[in-house]
Ligand binder design. Structure first.
Ligand SMILES: [Zn+2]
Length: 261
């Protein structure tokens, strides 16, 4: 294999926005996502950045009406994540002393939308917070609370033995599982280096890796993918998907594992 790689030094920059808290200025809630992408970044990171910018717009509207958060809110748009979490790590290192003392949580929204199903990963101390916040948010697909939609889906995937006891009585419903955080996105410097409680959340649920597709191959723009029309993945390996992506008429389907509805 012959590769042609250009070695250059480039400047990167993070964009930080901050709203001071009215009651607890020195308690920081930090929310962030990266801005760079391997190619066009339709899912990773732009679905997360879209959510973060919409949150910023909402907070701006609230501030115009005189609202102030109880604690300080910091939004971070990180650069050079794909090359090694560089932007977030530099910012976390530069502000390490203050973050250790003041940061109460770091919320990450990187791959925020690649399907219809909500899930989250976090430190265990944030599980109850995530479950309770999910009860206050409406699920865009079902109209139920996000928690109810999440819970119903998780129960639908459970085996009979996990749903019913030996006498056929339904077992008490347990809360949807929240995964553990490893590494691979910008929560790493906050959680792994500084010990700031962190979570990563988003809507997923399709089987192929669409994270780094280019627009020209099979990306969002060509196929006009509508995230909440993407159906559930097959339950058994080899089973075909009933319906996957809504396509424009002028598109050609190019993968063997899926077919259009
Ligand atoms: Zn990413």
């Amino acid at each position: 294999m012959k590769t042609d790689i250009e070695f250059v030094t480039k400047t990167i920059w993070d964009v930080i926005a901050r709203i001071d808290g009215a009651a607890e200025r020195d308690r920081w809630v930090v929310l962030g996502n990266h801005r760079d992408a391997w190619v066009f970044g339709a899912v990773d990171p732009n679905s997360g950045t879209t959510a973060m910018l919409e949150l910023a717009r909402g907070l701006g509207q609230l501030m115009k009406s005189g609202w102030k958060p109880r604690r300080s809110i910091i939004l971070g748009s990180w650069d050079a994540e794909e090359q090694g979490l560089i932007g977030s790590t530099e910012w976390a290192e530069e502000n390490a002393a203050e973050l250790k003392e003041k940061a109460v949580a770091y919320l990450n929204v990187d791959v925020a939308v690649s399907g219809p199903n909500f899930s989250a990963s976090s430190v265990p101390s944030m599980w109850k917070l995530i479950w309770s916040a999910a009860q206050d948010v409406r699920d865009p697909k079902t109209g139920k609370s996000l928690y109810d939609a999440w819970h119903t889906r998780v129960r639908a995937d459970l085996a009979e033995s996990e749903l019913y006891d030996a006498n056929g009585n339904e077992k008490p419903a347990s809360s949807p599982r929240i995964g553990a955080l490893g590494s691979g996105s910008d929560y790493t410097p906050f959680l792994q280096h500084l010990g700031v409680p962190s979570l990563d959340m988003g809507f997923g649920g399709i089987t192929v890796s669409i994270i780094r597709l280019t627009i020209r191959s099979i990306g969002w723009r060509t196929l006009e993918i509508q995230p909440f029309n993407i159906m559930l993945p097959p339950r058994k390996s080899g089973e075909r998907l009933p319906c996957v992506w809504r396509m424009r008429k002028d598109c050609r389907w190019t993968t063997r594992t899926m077919r259009p509805s």
